[in-house]
Ligand binder design. Structure first.
Ligand code: ADP
Ligand code: MG
Length: 270
């Protein structure tokens, strides 16, 4: 019987680095020696080694995607759920926030209303929940309410309203911050209504406000428009009402630097 043929050595197809560049596997390319070294030391078989290389690439791609999503979102500052002290705000239910952090509400197109006086962490939670949504792959845009209506009104005046509505309707999650700090003009309320209807049951909205829902008629300057907006926002919604003291003033007050009266003055002006 003839001896079994020896396997022919594979032809080397080319240089690895240019191929990795062409395939855009830049994490593998940049850490190639280290990764191969690790695989060797861990005595991984080929399949395991390939999985390890792919995991490095996937981690880099995720990181880039998240970074890009964060910069597109235009958050005013970096705040995370890990950085939120529940002890300082007992009216916030950690379980409810943990549930919202899964972003299931974004997947379902629900809305979140974060209501409460200034300084209690509404914007902090809004940014943190926005970040969680981005990490889970949902496009997110943050916009202060006044900037939103200013942009819509200008676009309306310039005959570009449709384009602007599309811009704000596109992200899977739109965070509208500080609704109610300034009352809307009648035209602005109507433009906001158009945006809310455009997004209704398609994308999620997270709205923060220092006004209770009952006061929104005054904010919009028109009870009918306010009802129509609330109708859509509250349909599939999670309403979180935060009570309590401003976090910003808490430490100062503790140190006796401000008394309750001046704390209240600051609270109404920030
Ligand atoms: P507002 O309710 O007015 O939007 P912010 O969310 O902007 O208040 O909170 C004011 C400041 O206090 C921010 O820097 C925020 O990060 C911080 N802050 C508020 N509440 C908390 C909290 N419970 N834990 C940690 N930081 C908080
Ligand atoms: Mg705020």
């Amino acid at each position: 019987m003839a001896a079994p043929k020896k396997a022919k050595p594979l032809e080397v197809a080319g240089d690895l680095e240019p191929m990795l560049t062409r395939l855009k596997l830049t994490a593998i390319r940049d850490q190639l020696d280290t990764l191969l070294d690790q695989a060797g030391r861990a005595e991984l078989n080929l399949r395991e080694a390939l999985a390890m290389l792919c995991a490095a690439e996937v981690a880099r791609k995720d990181e880039r995607r998240i970074q890009m999503g964060m910069s597109i979102a235009k958050f005013p500052y970096v705040r995370t759920l890990e950085g939120f002290e529940y002890d300082a705000q007992p009216s916030v239910d950690p379980k409810q926030i943990r549930e919202l952090a899964t972003s299931r509400w974004v997947a379902n197109g629900d809305s979140v209303l974060l209501l409460g006086p200034p300084g209690v962490g509404k914007t902090h939670l809004a940014v943190a929940l926005g970040r969680e949504a981005i990490v889970r792959g949902y496009s997110t845009l943050f916009v202060p309410a006044t900037a939103l209506v200013t942009q819509l009104a200008r676009a309306h005046a310039e005959g570009r309203l449709e384009e602007k509505l599309l811009h704000f309707a596109k992200p899977k999650l739109l965070v509208v911050d500080e609704l109610g700090y300034l009352p809307f003009e009648a035209n602005a309320a109507h433009l906001f209504f158009q945006l809310v209807s455009r997004r209704y049951e398609r994308g999620s909205m997270l709205v923060t406000s220092n006004r209770s829902v009952a006061e929104w008629g005054g904010v919009f300057g028109d009870a009918v428009v306010a009802t129509a907006i609330l109708d859509r926002l509250l349909h599939h919604s999670h309403v979180i009402t935060i009570r309590g003291d401003s976090y910003r003033l808490r430490t100062k007050r503790r140190a006796g630097l401000v008394n309750q009266a001046s704390a209240n003055t600051e609270a109404t002006t920030n």
